[in-house]
Design a protein around this ligand. Structure first.
Ligand SMILES: [Zn+2]
Length: 319
């Protein structure tokens, strides 16, 4: 799976820090008067010295402060929620912005001892994260760790909520009309829109525009900073999302998908995001050939409850 989250870009000044992380070695700068400093700079903020050297340190420190993010700051991070954003104070006294891994939010306490974790991202960068000192979390997360998202895609039905269903006869127009509601159903299971899924759709549809298929160019040129799924792809992925409805229409001999009254793609789905759907019955009417039901199906990026990525007013005909 392609890694489409924004990643740091080493500069001439910070490159030794990133090279160190790649070698699973935490290196920070020290001036010739013995002051430690972080982030990487050209001079010491304590004494102004420009005589700085890169030194390896243990990576031991304590939790200075933290916050638990439950709504992603960017859609690309939906798979990491809840995310423990933290400031760690190293033994050397410097503060590092990071995320805590291998701990439940409830376990985090200001001042607790932490150790470094090297998170190898696919490509060239290793990120620095921290975990509680006594955690069994490995100190290196291999780049293949991104495969976990594919596992989630392999078992999309796991999170489906089972609800008892009311049986409604398609021939009972009043009962059918009672289904019309402004309230949405509960959420469906989640599905990971991986770059592989997007590539497969690009191949099938012939729409292989770079904004969908070229993560490098998308990183440089796209307003989203990453590849995004085709709107039409997200629309058809509704078939992967089982929406828990509390009713079941019975008493018909045929059901026809008549098309859509309205189809909109109001928000992008960045590659690697999870999606889920909910729906409501928007309209029920008697037509000559049967009972026509308009289902509004909204597909969202997980965590973006306010802004659907697909709005589809699907018209079904029960005959
Ligand atoms: Zn100094």
């Amino acid at each position: 799976m392609a890694w489409n989250k924004p990643l740091p870009l080493p500069t001439a000044i910070s490159a030794p820090y990133w090279d160190g992380l790649k070698a699973h070695d935490l290196r920070i700068q020290q001036c010739d008067k013995g002051h430690w400093l972080f982030f990487p700079r050209t001079h010491c903020p304590s004494c102004g010295s420009r005589n700085l050297a890169w030194k390896s340190v243990s990576g031991h420190g304590k939790l200075y402060t933290f916050t638990i993010a439950r709504i992603p700051t960017m859609p690309e991070f939906t798979d990491e929620m809840p995310q423990a954003l933290a400031v760690v104070e190293l033994e050397e006294g410097v503060h590092i912005n990071t995320t805590i891994v291998g701990a439940e939010p409830e376990q985090l306490k200001i001042g607790m001892s932490l150790r470094a974790v090297f998170d190898d991202r696919p490509g060239s960068i290793t990120l620095l994260r921290f975990t509680p000192q006594n955690s069994t979390h490995p100190s290196v997360i291999p780049a293949e760790g991104a495969a976990a998202a594919n596992d989630a895609a392999a078992a999309p039905a796991a999170a489906v909520i089972e609800v008892p269903k009311r049986k409604i006869s398609a021939k009972d127009l009043d009962a059918m009309k009672s289904l019309v509601s402004t309230e949405y159903s509960p959420w469906s299971n989640e599905f990971v829109v991986s770059q592989e899924v997007i590539n497969d759709f690009a191949k099938l549809s012939g729409d292989d525009y770079w904004i969908h298929t070229d993560p490098e160019m998308a990183k440089a040129k796209s307003p989203f900073g990453t590849t995004i799924a085709h709107g039409a792809l997200v629309q058809v992925l509704a078939s992967q999302l089982r929406i828990p409805l509390d009713f079941e229409v019975t008493d018909f001999t045929n059901i026809v998908n008549y098309g859509s009254d309205r189809l909109r793609f109001p928000a992008p789905v960045p590659s690697g995001c999870k999606i889920r759907a909910r729906s409501r019955v928007k309209a029920v009417e008697q037509v000559r050939s049967g009972t026509q039901v308009t289902m509004e199906i909204n597909i969202h990026v997980v965590g973006q409850d306010d802004r659907p990525s697909v709005i589809n007013d699907l018209v079904m005909l029960y005959m």
